[in-house]
Design a protein around this ligand. Structure first.
Ligand SMILES: [Zn+2]
Ligand SMILES: [Zn+2]
Length: 285
């Protein structure tokens, strides 16, 4: 990439694609949909946002486990001091301002969790199933990313000719194949669908991209590169006309999430602040 696009030198970022796979993770494994490693004496977080029309009346809503990542699997993640486990949960109902779940983070030290919660609460019966992931183990892979939506207009104009040439010679499209990896991942560039909207920390620094929770591991039509090599044989016969029971569906969307119209939730943290304050964004097609 550096030889073809010398203007992008210095903009490469490593992203850790988590490659969720349907399975039965234990509390000791990095996973989607848990079970989370949770102290037995720590109350399960509830959402009691009564302002929401979409929220069921009455009892507060238990958050659903979305992701847990251990440092031994993804040491690149900027863990809060003293922690080696990041957990992401959210309320499975639409929330303002984007009609999407609001992620909540927990930073833990694995060894500091004593007696463990045995059974997590079941999701609210009216929970939006598109916001409740199916249990998956993860299979981290490091890939090098280059900016796409985050590329300045000036740099775009400088690489435009090389992008056209690469496409003509190889069929690879810069934006969909070479720049930002799709799917659920840690670090790298956010998987924006729309224009970037990076949050800033109270300290004044721009936050860093921490995690993207995406609806899809790759898009149906055009993202050949982001399909893992070992999955490509199962993708044979895949295309716009293929039916939903073709294996592509499970490979593309193992966790069964759908955030808006194939959108994503992007979680950010401030690496200048040891407490790791966080913020998030949502966008979709
Ligand atoms: Zn809620
Ligand atoms: Zn800060």
């Amino acid at each position: 990439m550096d030889a073809t696009f010398p203007q992008l030198r210095g903009l490469a970022r490593t992203s850790v694609r988590l490659h969720p796979r349907k399975g039965h993770p234990s509390v000791e494994q990095s996973s989607l949909d848990g079970p989370l490693l949770w102290p037995a004496d720590e109350p399960w977080p509830l959402c009691d946002d009564a302002r929401l029309e979409e929220h069921p009346a009455g009892d507060p809503v238990p958050l659903v486990p979305v992701l847990q990542v251990f440092a031994r699997d993804v040491p690149e993640l900027p863990f809060r001091d003293g922690s080696d486990l990041l957990q992401v949960l959210w309320c499975p109902f639409d929330h303002d301002p984007w009609s999407a779940p609001v992620p909540r983070l927990r930073w833990r030290s694995r060894s500091a969790v004593g007696p463990r919660l045995v059974a997590m609460p079941t999701p609210h019966e009216e929970a939006d199933s598109r916001y409740v992931p199916d249990p998956c183990i993860v299979d981290p892979e490091r890939v090098l990313e280059y900016p796409s939506n985050d590329l300045s207009r000036e740099l775009w104009s400088q690489i435009r000719d090389a992008v056209r040439q690469v496409q003509a010679e190889t069929g690879w499209d810069y934006e969909t194949d070479l720049a930002v990896a799709s799917g659920i991942k840690v670090g790298g560039y956010p998987g924006w669908t729309q224009q970037p909207d990076w949050p800033f920390c109270g300290c004044g620094d721009r936050m860093e991209h921490l995690v993207t929770i995406a609806s899809w591991e790759f898009s149906r039509g055009d993202e050949r590169r982001w399909i893992p090599l070992e999955d490509r044989p199962a993708m044979l016969g895949w295309g716009f006309g293929s039916s939903d029971d073709h294996p592509w569906r499970a490979l593309q969307n193992p966790a069964g999430l759908m955030l808006g119209d194939a959108g994503g939730i992007y979680i950010f943290t401030c690496t200048s602040c040891p407490a790791r304050p966080d913020d998030y964004r949502f966008d979709c097609s």
